[in-house]
Design a protein around this ligand. Structure first.
Ligand SMILES: O=C1NC(=O)NC(C(=O)O)N1
Length: 310
């Protein structure tokens, strides 16, 4: 019912974690490996281990979450080792995520992945909004273009890009024109909406320490923006570039809407953080019920079939 073909591989279901959530350590990753997620992805790696920003740096709020983690991670080698051993142990597809602080760092990590026995998919995170002083790469169209052209001079394994939300039709057009130049496997929209601000109603105080409380927003707040970005890229990108939909997936209905916009795989961040890996069971039950009620047997029956008003 929910099997999804992506990269010539049949995933049991389209659900996976969003990078950054429940995927920093091997024990968290092992929990995802035995959950009912269709696939799973590791925390974005930088060449060396990073402590990230000072805590408090993540906060759940009624309508979502705010975070300014600052790319804390255990370093590229840690994740490469885990990925190499996992692909011998389990069929469950494991995605690598890299987030270099520069083009050179991204090139270096991707060269190591290319040279390694890693057989899975790599996600290039061009959209972390939380490293002080580092603008989100994918808001710089020239830098994004240059980065991708340098990567595809040598990288032959499956590569996707994690994008920030865009809010302007001209930006959708410009970004799609750049992305269509490259043999990308997928585009993942969206990362958190950068640099939001949440105020604790009882203390007149922000709730996270870094950047005076400014952080990436996730959860229910971001679904309309996430759906728009999924739809905008689905309608602009060449069909061989698939879309992973991320942002505001809390129920099966939210998942259904991302699929209706054209998503192939679905990533869950904030709600996974709140609910834990059992969420994948609930989302599959809810999505299956919706499909049954509408008479759909497979996701392909309705993927991308969003109706507009004539
Ligand atoms: O790409 C990212 N998006 C986020 O919202 N937070 C993390 C982080 O801060 O590490 N990275």
């Amino acid at each position: 019912m929910l099997t999804t073909n992506f990269l010539d591989f049949d995933f049991d279901n389209p659900f996976m974690n969003a990078s950054g959530v429940h995927c920093m350590t091997t024990s968290e990753l092992d929990e995802l490996a035995v959950s009912n997620a269709g696939a799973y992805i590791m925390k974005s790696a930088t060449p060396e281990k990073r402590d990230g920003n000072p805590a408090p740096r993540y906060f759940d709020v009624p309508l979502g979450s705010i975070n300014s983690m600052g790319l804390p991670n255990l370093g590229f080698k840690y994740y490469l080792e885990y990925a190499l051993q996992q692909q011998e142990r389990t069929e469950r597809p494991l995605f690598f995520s890299v987030a270099g602080m520069s083009v050179a760092e991204n090139i270096a990590m991707l060269k190591e992945i290319e040279a390694s026995d890693f057989k899975g998919v790599t996600e290039l995170n061009l959209s972390c909004p939380n490293v002080p002083g580092k603008p989100q790469v994918a808001y710089d169209f020239e830098l994004t273009d240059k980065t991708l052209s340098r990567i595809f001079e040598f990288f032959t394994k499956p590569l996707g890009v994690k994008l920030p939300p865009y809010f302007d039709m001209a930006h959708f057009d410009q970004m799609a024109a750049i992305l269509n130049k490259y043999p990308l496997t997928y585009v993942n929209s969206i990362n958190s909406i950068g640099n939001g601000l949440y105020i604790d109603p009882t203390s007149d105080q922000v709730v996270i320490k870094p950047k005076d409380g400014f952080g990436g927003i996730g959860g229910e707040y971001v679904k309309p923006t996430a759906l728009a970005n999924v739809r905008a890229f689905y309608t602009r990108l060449k069909p061989e570039i698939k879309i992973i939909g991320t942002g505001g997936i809390i129920t099966g209905q939210d998942a259904y809407e991302h699929l209706l916009c054209g998503a192939t795989m679905l990533q869950v961040g904030t709600q996974l953080q709140k609910e834990g890996p059992m969420i994948f069971d609930r989302l599959q039950e809810e999505l299956t019920a919706i499909m049954k009620a509408k008479g759909y047997k497979t996701i392909a029956d309705f993927r991308g079939q969003l109706k507009t008003i004539a």
